[in-house]
Ligand binder design. Structure first.
Ligand SMILES: [Zn+2]
Length: 59
């Protein structure tokens, strides 16, 4: 996984990484760990799921 160092939108380097959990759309009560990279200049955020299997494989 590559680290995000620049905002994809405004190219700012003021990126803050936050650990978040994203609720699943398919399974109620299930959360997926993810890294959120938030631009402090424009507010643009990108989410990177830690385990991609979660998003593609049905349980
Ligand atoms: Zn930005």
């Amino acid at each position: 996984m590559s680290k995000v160092t620049k905002c994809a939108k405004c190219k700012s380097e003021k990126i803050q990484m936050k650990e978040v959990s994203v609720p699943s759309i398919l399974e109620v009560g299930r959360n997926f760990p993810a890294d959120a990279y938030v631009c402090l200049d424009c507010g643009y955020a990108e989410l990177y799921f830690r385990e991609l299997d979660y998003t593609t494989r049905p349980h």
